[in-house]
Design a protein around this ligand. Structure first.
Ligand SMILES: Cc1cc2nc3c(=O)[nH]c(=O)nc-3n(C[C@H](O)[C@H](O)[C@H](O)COP(=O)(O)O)c2cc1C
Length: 446
């Protein structure tokens, strides 16, 4: 137990609220999903709340898991392309980290290396890449593929992809650019490197057409939870996202990945484990519960059952809504972690199909007061089940305001959260060192 441990907190926004019906809250403004002005205001609030970073998840397909009728009753069909949005937001923020997903299955490393290196320069060293292998089979048909690559192949490709991207980021040494007007030499050619990467899936020559990122390497996040995924994350990630249903399971996961990190010769303190926490924050318990109850009451049964089927990859509509959740086998291709999370919650709480359906519509959200969420964060931090959290709000606005005005002061009062940003880059704010270029490290060894 480390009693001086402070939480790393990321804001993980769903602009229109995570709950399936949040956009219908009569008191909420028009859904802001495609409204840049509102998104800008929310991100500035997140920066005022001193979140270390904010993280945009992404999927490269519309939700085929919901029928068009069900999808048309949610605010989940459209969203901004995250890199474009991040680039715009980088100009309206100064401190908060800007992390986003890019798929290693449906991209080329040269694209991703250029994009994240550019975002890192644009933002003064605040970029982060969530390396995903794409768990959504529907993505394949948007990229001319007949089928989604199997899980193990996706991870093998991801390993190559990571090697190639990080190699490309080292194309130019940090001090390569002389820009010497008198001699006429813009950069030192001895400090430019060709990667010439060749693997089973990918080949890329380099060099990259962007200078080395300000952070050397943007912060790397990963959310793999299968055995293959955990091993991959332990080898490459600075931040590990996860979904953990209970403190005990959280502790087991934390101990496992930290051990794997150490086994790879990496410092476990430099890898931050952040479970996701979906919540509604009320000033009182009743206020938070009322908000969740209101959103639950707006769930259409058909939409709720389809959403549940999308998570479980199993249709439960033939089972009685008020009967117990039946035994379900895990499926191989999709997001194993989410299935496990929902099924283990259902078992733990003896849920009926209707209760699990509501839990799915809430995307797991739990009602909290500023004190109860601070208790939760404190408990997980001190039990070594987390280094912090990825915070998502189920509703469209009140929770973010309550977080800023009540949760942050409570956490700071307890010594659980930083008083201010301590550095200028995201790495500095997370206390994670800037990696040396592989070429400089090699030269130092020889
Ligand atoms: C907090 C969190 C965020 C995630 N964000 C994305 C995302 O943006 N895009 C995506 O395709 N998968 C995302 N995932 C899914 C993971 O990348 C991963 O595929 C999933 O946890 C299953 O693990 P596995 O791939 O090792 O089986 C996320 C998972 C978590 C827990």
């Amino acid at each position: 137990m480390t009693s001086d441990k402070k939480a790393v907190l990321f804001f993980f926004p769903e602009w229109g609220g995570m709950h399936l019906t949040a956009w219908r809250d009569p008191a909420a403004p028009q859904d802001p999903t495609m409204d840049f002005a509102t998104i800008k205001t929310m991100v500035r609030k997140a920066e005022q709340a001193k979140f270390h970073g904010f993280f945009l998840a992404d999927t490269l397909a519309i939700r085929h898991s919901l029928s068009s009728r069900a999808l048309s009753r949610t605010a989940k069909a459209v969203r901004f392309e995250p890199l474009t949005l991040m680039a715009a937001l980088s100009g309206y923020t100064e401190h908060i980290g800007l992390l986003m997903t890019a798929s290693t299955t449906y991209n080329e490393p040269y694209h991703v290396a250029r994009q994240f290196a550019s975002l890192d320069h644009l933002s003064g060293g605040r970029a982060g890449w969530n390396v995903v292998t794409s768990g959504t089979p529907a993505e394949s048909s948007n990229f001319g593929r007949e089928a989604h690559m199997p899980h193990d192949q996706r991870y093998r490709r991801a390993g190559e992809f990571f090697e190639a991207v990080t190699g490309l980021w080292d194309s130019f040494d940090d001090d390569a650019f002389e820009r010497d007007k008198a001699s006429g030499r813009y950069f030192d050619p001895g400090k430019m490197h060709e990667l010439n990467y060749r693997g089973e899936f990918l080949s890329v020559a380099g060099p990259l057409t962007v200078a080395r990122p300000i952070q050397g390497r943007p912060v790397i996040a990963q959310a793999g939870s299968s055995d293959t995924g955990r091993a991959f994350a332990a080898g490459i990630a600075d931040v590990i996202y996860t979904l953990q249903p209970s403190l005990e399971q959280g502790r087991t996961f934390y101990a496992d990945v930290k051990t794997q990190v150490a086994d790879r010769g990496r410092d476990p303190d430099h890898v931050k484990v952040l479970p996701a926490l979906v919540t509604v924050i009320g000033r009182t318990e009743a206020e938070a519960q009322d908000m969740l109850a209101l959103l639950d009451s707006l769930v259409d049964d058909h939409v709720g059952l389809e959403q549940l089927a999308a998570v479980l990859e199993t249709d439960l509509s033939s089972y009685p809504l008020d009967g117990p959740v039946p035994d379900i086998q895990e499926t191989a291709i999709g997001a194993k972690t989410r299935q496990r999370y929902f099924l283990s919650k259902a078992r733990e709480q003896n849920m009926t199909v209707r209760e699990l359906m509501r839990f799915a519509a809430r995307i797991g959200a739990v009602a909290h007061t500023p004190e109860s969420i601070a208790d939760h964060i404190e408990e997980w931090l001190h039990a070594d089940a987390a280094d912090g959290f990825n915070i998502t709000f189920a509703d469209t606005g009140a929770s973010l305001d309550n977080w800023l005005h009540f949760v942050v002061p409570e956490l700071q009062r307890r010594g659980l959260f930083h008083e201010d940003y301590s550095g200028t880059t995201l790495r500095e704010n997370l206390g994670i060192p800037r990696p040396r270029s592989r070429y400089v490290a090699e030269a130092a060894r020889s």
